[in-house]
Design a protein. Structure first.
Lengths: 212, 219, 410
């Protein structure tokens, strides 16, 4: 599994040429789920339009096995946060994320979902969804082109394929020491309470070198 | 369409003693406006809507404006008698505190006669306790959500509004963010090229170069 | 259930002559057509059920939420809840310069960025006393009408999604949209966020090749519309689901400030392109389609007919496009400091009257920057249109209003 395979890639390729397919449970499990990622039908803002464009005939996300957009979070594997997350919307997004069954993945699509984007200075804009839920893939752009979304999806597939079923780098849902439920923020008098999930998000620190 | 002065005269002829003031707009758009007193504002609005020569049946835009109190410095030239008997022109600066107020602005058009806009304004007494205005939603239904928005973002209380609740922010929210003196929650995070207001915030969070303390992120 | 044949609907042609209505004395939110709520002493009368649809719901076009009170499946009360995409557009507009707000306007109604640009440019031109060049006015008409076609095309696709066709009409609509977006991308550099208009003109001049391509696309567009209509307009299910559903009276529509195709479907011929005659619109020969029932079917037909009129306008604009500078060489864009004053400028966007109200205090930033969002104000009558209908119809009615949340919540 997580150890080095007993048979080298060259030997495997040689066997495959002779009609023998060698694989491991981990490999075929990841191969299967990486090629049938079901995204949640969940649009927030401008990026959602490009997400729809990606599903339509020209870009055709079905080529990557991800065309089955599910309206219910219970049936979805992938949350594409496509657009600005406002503070009023953030609790609902976290709630939807909690409702999704593991294994689940999150793509932050567009500048707003990553950091607040052009609206970062707004009083009602969350400065990035990674303050409340873990993000696997960031797709920059305002909005990202459908090709960028497809590239992000391919990156996510690579990530899924590289996950191990055992060991210290096993995904969240296969480990006992990680809580898969994320706290939902509440509406406060001036801001969300808390304004970020401290276990998840660390503000970037800046260390300036002292003057010589 | 009549000029704004003619409309004012029409209103005054119909409602003698009504407080109606013409506010001139010095800009090139020259969209002058009428400032209405609170007492008869709704009657005047109804009159503007139904008067056959105006028929302003379409209230297109309703919005709030915040005018915080500000210090106005007026310079006047005063002749001051000098000790030697002559007079000298001396500039004298007088400072005057213009009280702050909140304002609701309505842009009216006529769909029947296809003219407009006629701009009417209502002003509150101040920005703290006398912040109520008569609601014009009973006259123009289009104000329903817009007045709720003004209530939410500016804090003007519209009396007679059927459903005055916050509309854009959540109900527990206490501030009025579109006011000029609104201070947003301090959740600054590091930016590579801060400027203007952001730079001021950045300085509060990340000490100037050379200081010994290592900076920490916001919140 | 409420599908009365269209012929029995009251004839409401033309602008209402009598304004005998008095909203002042009737309770707000009174049902338009008598809501078929069972009497309280009905033995089958049950409890009312409150259903919250949204902010995450596949049929609410984004993060819109409505709280509906149901008697069985009939809506007796419906309150929209806003703010899930409130991105503080107006506050940001007050903290940036006049020109820097231009890219933000693209993100208001993100299906029709070009018309938002235009409305904002028009308002600032009014505020600062600038005039766009003649060629720029023609180019504005060209890109604006193309944007209207794109918007209406998508709307029809989304409306049929709401009717339960699950994606197929949307695939056709988005296929056409991509052709227009390719043109916009060639002209402005981006697919959706154009940042194209400037005060006094437009940012780049379309090349003759671009114009030829656009003209070819527009010339072929009626063929697509014919094909589209052949599939959709006469469809039996579509007729049953939309005719007589969500009827709006012209009196209420005017009083509630409804604009755009939703207003014109009720029979009120109010089109700002004709009324204000901004830009070079008075030079074009086009008609304003008007409905007479104000129901969902009429609102759908308004979009189809407007697309056909837009094609006519575009063909005239391609024919008459004059030579000359695309932007006034003396136009002031960067560091613009308009004289103190205020201006309200509006245009006929695809969704209705989109206007900008600006107050200048003589500095580089607007003192007050206000967007008049058409789809936000058009939602005022959502409850009136939905009362007495089932939940499934409410989804269709909402779809026919054509909302974009970026503009509703700003």
């Amino acid at each position: 599994m997580s150890e080095a395979p007993a048979i080298s890639q060259e030997e495997r390729d040689e066997l495959r040429r002779n009609g023998i397919l060698l694989t491991s449970l981990e490999e075929i499990y990841n191969w299967g789920r990486s090629n049938s990622v079901w995204p949640l039908q969940f649009g927030l803002a401008c990026c959602a339009i490009e997400m729809i464009a990606a599903t339509c005939s020209r870009f055709d996300i079905a080529r990557f096995g991800a065309e089955v957009f599910r309206p219910s979070p219970r049936q979805a594997d992938l949350l594409i946060v496509s657009g600005t997350v406002t503070k009023k919307m953030a609790p609902q997004v976290v709630r939807i994320w909690n409702q999704m069954g593991e294994p689940k993945y999150c793509i932050a699509m567009g500048a707003c979902a990553i950091s607040g984007g052009p609206f970062k200075q707004g009083y009602n804009v969350l400065k990035g969804i990674d303050r409340f839920i873990p993000v696997d893939i960031y797709i920059p752009g305002c909005p990202p082109r459908p090709e960028a979304l497809l590239n992000g999806l391919i990156q996510l597939q690579e990530k899924i394929k590289s996950q191990h079923l055992k060991g210290p780098d096993a995904p969240r849902h296969l480990r006992d020491d990680v809580d898969c439920i994320y706290p939902v923020p509440e509406f406060g008098e001036h801001d969300l309470v808390p304004p970020k999930n401290p276990n998840l998000y660390e503000p970037p620190t800046l260390v300036r070198p002292d003057k010589p | 369409m009549q000029s704004i002065e003619q409309i004012r005269d029409l209103i005054v002829a119909r409602f003698p003693g009504a407080e109606v003031t013409v506010i001139q707009n010095p800009g090139p758009a020259a969209q002058h406006s009428l400032l209405l007193g609170h007492a008869q504002a709704r009657d005047i609005a109804l009159f503007l809507r139904d008067e056959p020569s105006l028929k302003l049946d379409f209230c297109s835009n309703a919005t709030g404006v915040d005018w915080p109190e500000k210090e106005i410095v007026e310079t006047t030239k005063v002749k001051v008698a000098q000790p030697d008997g002559t007079e000298k022109l001396v500039e004298q600066k007088t400072k005057r505190l213009q009280p702050g107020y909140l304002e609701a602005v309505y842009h009216l058009y006529s769909m029947a006669l296809k003219h407009g806009p006629v701009v009417i304004r209502l002003r509150t007494g101040n920005r703290t306790d006398a912040v109520s205005l008569p609601s014009l939603t009973p006259v123009w239904r289009s104000c329903e959500f817009q007045e709720r928005e003004i209530f939410d973002l500016f804090g003007i209380v519209f009396e007679g509004h059927p459903d005055l609740r916050r509309i854009l922010m959540w109900d527990e929210f206490k501030d009025h963010p579109m006011r000029k003196d609104y201070v947003e929650p301090d959740d600054y995070e590091w930016e590579p090229t801060p400027h203007d207001a952001v730079l001021t915030k950045a300085k509060g969070h990340y000490p100037a170069p050379g200081s010994t303390a290592n900076a920490e992120g916001g919140m | 259930m409420q599908n009365e044949p269209t012929s029995s609907a009251p004839g409401l042609a033309g602008t209402p002559a009598n304004s005998s209505f008095d909203i002042l004395h009737s309770p707000l939110g009174s049902p338009q057509q008598g809501a078929s709520v069972r009497e309280v002493n009905d033995p089958f009368h049950g409890d009312l059920l409150e259903v919250s649809m949204g902010p995450h719901h596949p049929s609410t076009h984004g993060v819109f939420r409505m709280v509906a009170t149901l008697d069985g499946e009939i809506i007796v009360k419906l309150k929209p809840v806003f703010g899930y995409l409130h991105r503080n557009h107006e506050k940001l507009g007050e903290n940036t310069t006049y020109l820097a707000s231009m890219p933000y306007t693209d993100r208001l109604d993100y299906l029709a960025g070009m018309t938002n640009n235009w409305a904002y440019a028009l308002a600032v031109e009014k505020l600062s006393g600038q005039v766009a060049t003649e060629r720029a006015e023609y180019v504005r008409v060209i890109v604006g009408e193309m944007m209207r076609i794109v918007n209406h095309c998508c709307l029809v696709g989304f409306l049929f999604n709401d009717l339960g066709t699950s994606f197929t009409p949307l695939l056709y609509a988005f296929r056409e949209r991509e052709k227009f977006l390719d043109l916009f991308e060639e002209l402005t550099g981006t697919r959706m966020m154009y940042n194209y208009q400037r005060f006094g003109g437009c940012r780049v001049d379309p090349t003759p090749e671009w114009l030829a391509k656009a003209k070819a696309l527009i010339d072929g567009f009626p063929r697509f519309l014919d094909e589209y209509e052949q599939f959709l307009t006469g469809n039996e299910i579509m007729l049953a689901r939309t005719q007589g559903v969500g009827r709006l009276s012209p009196e209420l529509a005017i009083n509630a400030g409804i604009t755009g195709p939703v207003l014109r479907a009720t029979g009120v011929g109010y089109d700002i392109r004709k009324v204000d005659g901004y830009g070079v619109y008075p030079r074009f020969d086009f008609r304003v389609p008007i409905g007479d029932h104000g129901d969902t079917y009429d609102r759908y037909m308004m979009r189809i007919l407007e697309m056909r009129e837009s094609v006519k306008i575009l063909q005239q604009a391609f024919r008459d496009l004059p030579a000359g500078p695309i932007i006034d060489p003396k136009a002031k864009n960067r560091g613009l400091r308009p004289k103190a004053g205020e201006a309200y400028g509006r245009i006929e966007g695809p969704k209705g009257e989109i206007g900008f109200y600006l107050i200048s205090d003589g500095s580089t930033n607007p003192y007050r920057y206000r967007v008049r969002p058409p789809s936000f104000i058009n939602l005022t009558v959502l409850e009136d249109m939905c009362l007495g209908h089932s939940v499934a119809d409410a989804v269709v009615i909402l779809g026919s209003i054509d909302i974009v949340l970026g503009e509703v919540d700003r």
